[in-house]
Write a protein that binds this ligand. Structure first.
Ligand SMILES: [Zn+2]
Length: 477
């Protein structure tokens, strides 16, 4: 395999994915098994994801803060379900500065406990509520089977932690942030996601209810792409977070937490990419437009570069890169930027100089279909239009793919067939027994009970008992 070709996406999706991450220079393997190095191109993509989310968090009244990486082991033990859920994945520090520590320190797998401890100090009265804090940081979960971006020992994310006076308010917050994630995924990343409730079995360790946005990847497997949890008073009671209410009576607060991680980079790759590499949604792409000058003689070069320079300055509101490397051919550059998923390529050659034109090549439509010649006049408007068209086309394509691969099996036998290569959207009685049976028979799990439910009732696809809700069953990352 040469440097710039990938394994076929349809034949070996897993290896196709690994190779894109490496060849597009998003990330690399670290010396410690399961850790990743996020390279500048990948980090810039993550920064753009951060910016899209951070803006939405602030618009909904949240502020950022930073809590420590180390958490006393005893903190995790205070919430029973939480410690049971996380202990198999903990990294624990027992030696510091050459001395055995009196109490082992956990490298945070998530920060509910330490933030709960601090909230108990800070929250005294109803006037202190709500507390709406988010933190951008890294966490460590000792995973056995890892894959770049999708599951690594250390990953980057944001975790929001809020405290409220009433259950209703905390519940509203949980759903508000779920909708923030869905809005970001759909409108910025062009990743169609389904917001819904996790089953009891699949919920976060320590939550009363967990919500998720689930996306269908290019191999039809599901990816949990962001979660929002209603924690009830579980952590308030474990950490004694109490406030004096309007009647001067002590009450426990109600808390939430919500997170989205570098895993989302994996969602973007697996939703949009093709055999030529990455395809990035224009709103998040580190480079939105790459300009490739084409010339042979020195005379052509000076004429072409003069136009390139003018075009570049006219497009300064976009993230534009001019590939003026002289040691590689234009064809090489095309492949290179296709691998990196730049949404729009502009080619400018001697004929374009003469005709007052440029060539557009859309990344989402390789070859002739995505190519057009446009006038150099009003280029800003035309680029803006092209990027919007690409953004919308990526979303539509992903949505059509999901719809084509989501089935409503008529019975359990058919369910077993369809989840081999797709999702089943089926009535479910809600019992863990039926959920587990599907998992054992097919490896598919319940992904979410979508908020948007059909009318009426049906019969559970597994046990045939009456069911009031439909759920997505799918194999997942
Ligand atoms: Zn059932």
């Amino acid at each position: 395999m040469s440097k710039d070709t990938l394994p076929s996406r349809s034949e070996n999706f897993s290896e196709w994915y690994n190779q894109i991450v490496l060849k597009a220079e998003l990330a690399d393997y670290a010396p410690v098994r399961g850790c990743m190095v996020v390279r500048p191109y990948g980090w810039t993509l993550w920064e753009n994801i951060q910016a899209g989310l951070d803006r939405r968090f602030k618009e909904t009244g949240h502020v950022n803060a930073a809590f420590p990486l180390f958490i006393p082991m005893s903190f995790l033990e205070k919430e029973k379900a939480h410690v049971e859920g996380f202990s198999p994945e903990l990294a624990v520090v027992t030696v510091g500065g050459g001395e055995q520590l009196e109490e082992p320190l956990v490298v945070r797998p998530t920060s509910e406990t330490i933030i709960g401890y601090m909230y108990a100090k800070w929250i005294k009265s109803y006037r202190d509520l709500p507390v709406l804090i988010n933190q951008w940081g890294n966490v460590v979960r000792w995973e056995m089977r890892t894959k770049l971006f999708l599951r690594t020992l250390e990953f980057y994310w944001q975790e929001g932690h809020t405290a409220h006076a009433t259950a209703e308010e905390a519940d509203e917050e949980t759903l508000q942030m779920l909708n923030v994630y869905a809005d970001f995924a759909i409108n910025d990343a062009a990743v169609p996601v389904i917001p819904g409730l996790k089953s009891e079995r699949e919920k976060f360790a320590g939550a009363v209810r967990s919500y998720t946005i689930e996306g269908m990847m290019g191999d039809t497997r599901a990816l949990q792409s962001g979660t929002s949890h209603f924690l009830g008073q579980n952590f308030a009671k474990a950490f004694d977070i109490q406030y004096l209410d309007w009647n001067n009576e002590l009450q426990y607060v109600w808390t939430t937490s919500w997170g989205l991680s570098t895993r989302f980079v994996g969602a973007i790759i697996m939703t949009h990419g093709d055999d030529k590499g990455l395809i990035l949604p224009p709103k998040l792409a580190p480079t939105q437009v790459v300009i490739v000058p084409i010339y042979k003689s020195d005379e052509e070069k000076s004429k072409v570069l003069a136009v390139v320079e003018r075009v570049r300055s006219e497009l300064n509101e976009f993230r534009v890169h001019v590939d003026d490397r002289s040691e590689v051919t234009p064809g090489y550059k095309f492949n290179d930027w296709e691998m990196r998923g730049v949404p729009l390529r502009i080619e400018i050659g001697p004929r374009d100089v003469q005709n007052n034109s440029v060539a557009f090549a859309r990344r989402d439509k390789p070859g002739r279909e995505g190519k057009s010649f446009v006038s150099q006049d009003q280029l800003r408007e035309q680029v803006d239009e092209a990027l919007k068209t690409i953004q919308a086309a990526l979303y539509e394509r992903a949505l059509a793919f999901r719809e084509a691969n989501t089935h409503d099996p008529k019975d359990y036998e058919e369910l077993k067939e369809v989840v081999k290569n797709g999702w089943a959207f089926s009535w479910w009685c809600g019992s863990e027994e039926c959920e587990l049976k599907v998992k054992e028979d097919t490896k598919a799990t319940t992904r979410c009970i979508p908020l948007d439910q059909p009318e009426g009732e049906g019969l559970c696809v597994v046990c045939n008992q009456p069911a009031t809700q439909k759920v997505y069953f799918a194999r997942a990352y």
